[in-house]
Design a protein around this ligand. Sequence first.
Ligand code: NDP
Length: 254
Amino acid sequence: MSSPAQRFTGKIALVTGGSRGIGAAIVFRLAKEGAAVVFTYSSSKSKADSLVSRIQSEGGKALAIKADSRHAGEIEHAVAITVEQFGGLNILVNSAGILGLGSVDDYSVEQLDNMYVINVRAAYVAAQACSKVMNRGDRIIMIGSVAGARTGFPGSSAYSMSKSALVGLVRGLALDFAPRGITVNNIQPGPTATDMNPPDAPYLEHVIALVPLGRLGTADEIAGMAAYLASDDASFVTGASLTVDGGYLDLKPV
Ligand code: NDP
């Protein structure tokens, strides 16, 4: 692949939830900058295969693995396959996540548990698996949400809770990994144009009113922050939760 910046030549990355949306943009960006990228998906095989083909056709290296983040063993297996196929693992981006909305009156404990397992527990499991194979200078990046910092509308308590958990997780992981020179950070995207935020979503008008820049973000804009955090430029950034959100507010401006 031809790009002026080849910051990740020789690096090996694993992106969970890389078949679509923000994860796919991060996969493409890291590959474009020279990394060999493995990514997981749970059901979108054809989208995953297309992304691999696109990267390979531009001279990059990519491998898609079906691994459901609900199962710890499948995440651990994805880490093991990455190391086996490419000889190591330098950059983990945990992007797999789901959005569940509903008032506390009717959002069930079963729904809450499912979201917790994917959005929170899987992030811990992936970091734990990486702790066995990562070395000095390597990077762990979580994809949280601005909802972990500010909650702009009712019905988002469970999702906000799951993303707030990542704020604490990266603070703790940053301490565990610091002696080994591995950084751990959390990107908090604002509303971003993906399947999770389709153009016909009933809440979209309300959401855009909360964004001073007046639009949804793009997956590429989130990928830019991921590439920065994965790069040598971010060597002194750890334990941080960084918003990329167009200035997202939690109340409509008057
Ligand atoms: P999308 O719904 O567009 O894509 C979700 C991705 O996660 C897909 O690749 C999907 O795989 C994967 N995924 C979902 N569940 C699982 C699972 N159980 N196991 C493995 N992979 C899974 O979402 P976005 O790209 O919008 O979101 C990516 C991350 O960014 C999420 O963590 C989300 O919470 C966060 N985020 C998104 C925002 C937005 O506005 N879009 C705002 C703030 C945060 P498959 O294709 O196989 O289903």
